[in-house]
Design a protein around this ligand. Structure first.
Ligand code: HMG
Ligand code: MG
Length: 311
């Protein structure tokens, strides 16, 4: 069988403290958030999205963003990112000395409106100012485009809209664009088709994939993305997460599951699975429900002696 082309290494961007916690009903105390992020920082992860500076009335779970961002122990070499929707949020992010600002918008009008209270056309100038001020402050700038593979309100999303939003964000000056399957509807064939179009316009090393695992297709979608040359993936520890303004959205692909797959394939990530196992256990205990990650559940079962270790 012909050997498929996989990269030697990939970059994992941990979004659990932001995408994971934003949709949780249990409010995780500031102290526990800080302790958890500190554990993530010690695991070898080089990119952690720690919170968001959105309107706290919209996302109460992250209303302590400044306290979290200023309370963590920053590890040299780790980039600490936060999601920011507008200049008011940027001011808070600067106060908290965030390394990287992630701006976000959707490829579909209705999700954009429900999520950030503006249509696509109205969002562009807001993000343009945001990216400009981020860059002139010497900070890194990342962009997200949501609903790339489907919208909870409109269904199918026109690829032309994905292209337009992506091109506009790159023209503003973002360094990397993360393509969001916000509601986890993508399948591997669709991922291949969308990437074939986008990779004609943008280099693979400027794109990241952000798969939610609502329907269990995230790892399959990642495998296709890897084969197409993408080497940066967003994931959330334990599979926490979801967008509160996308009904039925479930968590991101679990970092635990992604690491299990990549390391098993001999693909390097620099992340220590054992250290993350403890971090998953920590947040599961705080959230008070079983985390969706299959790999984490299997590892916990082995640890608690329920299963024999088959290695
Ligand atoms: P708005 O209500 O239109 O804002 O919200 P506004 O400018 O009219 O201001 C209204 C009030 O909000 C004012 O306060 C402002 O001061 C305050 P008031 O006078 O009423 O007391 N305000 C703020 N306060 C603190 N920080 C701020 C801020 N901005 C305004 N930054 C806004 C517009 C964008 C702010 C709002 O819609 C919002 O916060 N939306 C965020 C929703 C969100 O966080 N969604 C989840 C993240 S996106 C996601 O999960 C997808 C992703 O993971 C990728 C994928 O999966 O596809 C990234
Ligand atoms: Mg997301």
């Amino acid at each position: 069988m012909e050997h498929l082309k996989w990269p030697a290494g990939v970059t994992i961007k941990e979004v659990g403290p932001r995408d994971g916690l934003q949709n949780e009903k249990t409010f995780i105390s500031t102290e526990d958030k800080i302790a958890w992020i500190n554990q993530l920082s010690e695991s070898g992860l080089k990119h952690i999205e720690i919170t968001s500076f959105v309107n706290p009335k919209w996302i109460p779970a992250l209303s302590d963003a400044v306290a979290v961002a200023t309370g963590i122990k920053k590890v040299p070499g780790v980039t600490y990112t936060a999601l920011v929707p507008n200049l008011q949020g940027l001011e808070r992010a600067f106060k908290a000395d965030i390394d990287e600002v992630a701006v976000f918008m959707s490829a579909s009008e209705t999700h954009n409106l429900k999520n950030i209270n503006k249509n696509i056309g109205e969002t562009f100038p807001v993000l343009k100012d945001l990216v400009r001020d981020t860059i002139s402050a010497g900070k890194l700038s990342r962009g997200y485009v949501s609903t790339v593979f489907g919208c909870p309100y409109e269904g199918k999303v026109d690829i032309e809209s994905v292209i337009r939003v992506s091109e506009t964000l790159f023209a503003m000056g973002i360094e990397e664009l993360s393509l969001g399957d916000t509601i986890g509807v993508a399948n591997p064939k669709q991922v291949q088709e969308v990437l074939e179009v986008l990779l004609k316009r943008f280099p693979a090393d400027k794109l990241a994939m952000h798969f939610h695992d609502t329907r269990g297709t995230a790892l399959a979608n990642i495998l296709v993305s890897l084969e197409m040359g993408i080497t940066t993936f967003d994931s959330s520890l334990g599979g926490l997460g979801g967008c509160p303004y996308a009904p039925g959205a479930a968590g991101n692909v679990a970092t635990d599951d992604l690491l299990y797959m990549l390391h098993g394939m001999g693909i390097h990530t620099g992340v220590d699975e054992q250290k993350l196992l403890h971090a998953s256990q920590f947040i599961q205990d705080r959230i008070g429900r079983t985390l969706p990650s299959k790999s984490f559940q299997a590892a916990s079962a082995v640890l608690s002696g329920k299963l024999g270790n088959t290695k």
